[in-house]
Ligand binder design. Structure first.
Ligand code: SAM
Length: 305
């Protein structure tokens, strides 16, 4: 319950009936259990751990970027006709939205870099640097890349030492040790030093926060862009994610991802309440010619004057 006694949206979504009777990758018995609104019991969690590395990782370490990395690496054109539980999670509409968030947001970030001379970027909760590497890959295909890449300093901050190590290894392998850096730490803590940035990237971090907690997070993030009068790109999950894919949303949530999808109106209010002025909102489905509403809001904002 929220402070005003109202049920949180997460609780409401957990109580809605979701029908698993036709989801073929699960045995009949499991389909019945999944359709129940009860929390998953130990046996069901054990079943997931034994039959799906992706589900097992969520149940064991919900904050890890292993899942995002796995989804980003999934390259089949669509869900195969005979699919495993991992295929279901990765190729469902929810998995595809996450997959598409990487190129969509990276394209937007690449454009931002081409338009700015000073590009000190701090990627908070940046995991193993997926967005840094994808953005630089997109830029590398553009004319003038050699001069553009020199102005990029992209620091990914993450609390997960495993993700930091992976990122450092990739930075070295890709010859980007002068552009892509990694810092281990909790950016929400006052003890974590401020890195003055022209741009903060905050992707997949607000998704698990209620509007109230998201406001607090965005307030804490202000210090990274205050000195330079910088901007932020933040991506957060929308309620459309449940509407379009209740089957996977429910599995992710019951395994341990406390997803807090927001309406577009709530997203606007969160940024406003945290003292930001929204410049633009994209989604993972934007095309060259039109804005298409998606499962994620990719918000560009600056601090209010
Ligand atoms: C869902 S992953 C997203 C990773 C990456 N931004 C992406 O979208 O691919 C969330 C990441 O945020 C990190 N994280 C969450 N809270 C954090 C905090 N307070 N300080 C540092 N890292 C944090 C987690 O360790 C995890 O790697």
């Amino acid at each position: 319950m929220s402070e005003n006694g109202r049920k949180e949206r997460f609780e409401e979504l957990m109580e809605m009936y979701v029908d698993y009777s036709n989801v073929e990758c699960f045995p009949e018995r499991i389909r019945r259990e999944l359709s129940s609104t009860e929390p998953y019991d130990e046996d069901l969690i054990k079943f997931f751990k034994q039959n799906s590395p992706v589900a097992g990782e969520i149940a064991t370490n919900p904050a890890s970027d292993f899942i995002t990395r796995t989804v980003y690496a999934s390259t089949l054109p669509q869900m195969p006709p005979r699919y495993s539980i991992d295929d279901l999670l990765v190729y469902s509409p929810g998995g595809r939205a996450l997959f598409n968030r990487l190129p969509a947001a990276s394209k937007i970030l690449a454009k931002w870099i081409t338009e700015h001379e000073s590009c000190d970027i701090v990627d908070l909760g940046g995991g193993s640097g997926s967005y840094a590497f994808k953005t630089i890959e997109i830029l590398s295909k553009m004319k003038g890349f050699n001069s553009i890449v020199k102005r990029i300093s992209w620091t990914s901050v993450d609390i997960d030492s495993g993700a930091i190590e992976l990122g450092k290894a990739r930075s070295k392998a890709d010859g980007l040790t002068g552009q892509v850096f990694f810092e281990e730490g909790n950016f929400m803590s006052k003890k974590f030093p401020t890195i003055d940035a022209d741009l903060v990237v905050l992707i997949g971090v607000l998704c698990g926060m209620t509007p109230e907690v998201a406001v607090t997070c965005l307030e804490k993030v202000r210090r990274f862009i205050e000195t330079r009068n910088g901007e932020i790109y933040a991506a957060t999950l929308l309620t459309r994610s449940f509407e379009e894919d209740p089957i996977c949303f429910r599995i992710f949530a019951k395994l341990g991802w406390h997803l807090k999808p927001k309406t577009e109106e709530e997203v606007r209010k969160v940024f406003n309440d945290a003292g930001y002025e929204i410049i633009d909102i994209h989604s993972e489905r934007d095309t060259e010619t039109e804005r298409v509403p998606g499962q994620y809001a990719i918000v560009r904002a600056r601090l209010k004057a």
